[in-house]
Ligand binder design. Sequence first.
Ligand code: SF4
Length: 452
Amino acid sequence: MEDIHEECGVIGLINVAEAANFAALGLHALQHRGQESAGIVSCQAGQFHLIKGMGLVSAVFSKGETANLPGAAAIGHVRYSTAGGSNFANAQPLLARYTGGEAALAHNGNLARTARLQRELCTAGALFQTTTDSEIFLHLLAREQAVSDEDIARVFALAGPAFAVVLLLGDRLIAARDPYGYRPLVLGRLGQGQVVASETCAFDQIGAVYEREIEPGEMLVLSASGSRSLSFAETLPRPARCLLELIYFARPDSLVFGESPHLFRQRSGRLLAAEQPTQADIVVPIPDSGMSAAMGYAAALHLPWERGLIRNHYVGRSFISPGQEARAAAVRMKNNVVREVVKDKRVVLVDDSLIRGTTTAALGNELRRAGAREVHLRIACPPTRFPCSYGVDFPRHEELMAHNYSLPEIRERLNVDSLGYLSLNGMVGLFGDKSDTFCTSCWSGDYRVPPE
Ligand code: SF4
């Protein structure tokens, strides 16, 4: 999937010697969640130290800059801008001073009430330094003079969804997740210290042991004297965990919402085969996003899956070229066909989702040019018809292929012999009695928390 971008990744550590070094390592593992900027704040004896910059983690911390971030507590962030522009001011962690002293914050998600909260805060005199919704948390901390754990919990209740946040306040590391649990946040142990992160792959990177998820509506306070869990939701709503995390965003080797994304994707591929079978010779994943689903699809139909497309990992994701020929060249630069694999074959092309459809159309044409006899497209999620309000960078309605065209029209525009999507009921049914605990807004248009 080329058209949706990851949101952000966060990490926080406390009671860990040289915490910033571990934060940087963890951010490397979370790099897939945001490539626009990276940053770390550490704290030693009440003094905060910040380094952040534009670009990849390896670019921002290329010369061992973490040596300038002393202390046994640190938080880190990788960003893809889902609200506010991509510029240095919006890079996180955000650092501010208020009644409670210095506070550093890193946020994954979009606040659905951003417009209302910004209006309220500005009317009361707040001066925003950035254009990111994440700054709202800092203004709420200041306005509410939130110093005690209970006061800070009230700030999270006021902010509303969607967020997974790490907040560093001198001797306290606070981790919180909105009551719907849209975005993931997990807790682990590293020696005598504790660590929280967006995904468990960050724990694997630094040798931490996974303990549990931060619960929806939970604020966890970690310090040298132990941990304390507070609930900041008066009543807990039915969870709305982002299903696209499992379909696409999260690394296949992570554990997200207690599930393995790789195994979930394989299961969805198997179900896709049951719902949308094909007479074909080989199954070819669109790399890398369609890999796990294609394996499941192929296994269910007893077909071989083949690497008919090879991805070039060294092409920047921002490569944009106008014009049809130039676009085809750009597609070839990212994915090249293995002619000997697809020639004279009936090919099932499998991807995790279909958004604008431009890349998929080009890949289908490339397969035909390489001699594929038939090209059948199977998508391991339902038609994506609606944008996201909860922290994922999505094209607008009018750019979503399934919003504009019927399935026969999409098949024709993509020039494929057949097209099949996984059904929404089938997809959520894979979770059994937890099937109603996921957000499905981008497929159903049912927004549990309307934007304000
Ligand atoms: S709308 Fe889609 S991308 Fe956004 S939170 Fe819901 S499932 Fe995730």
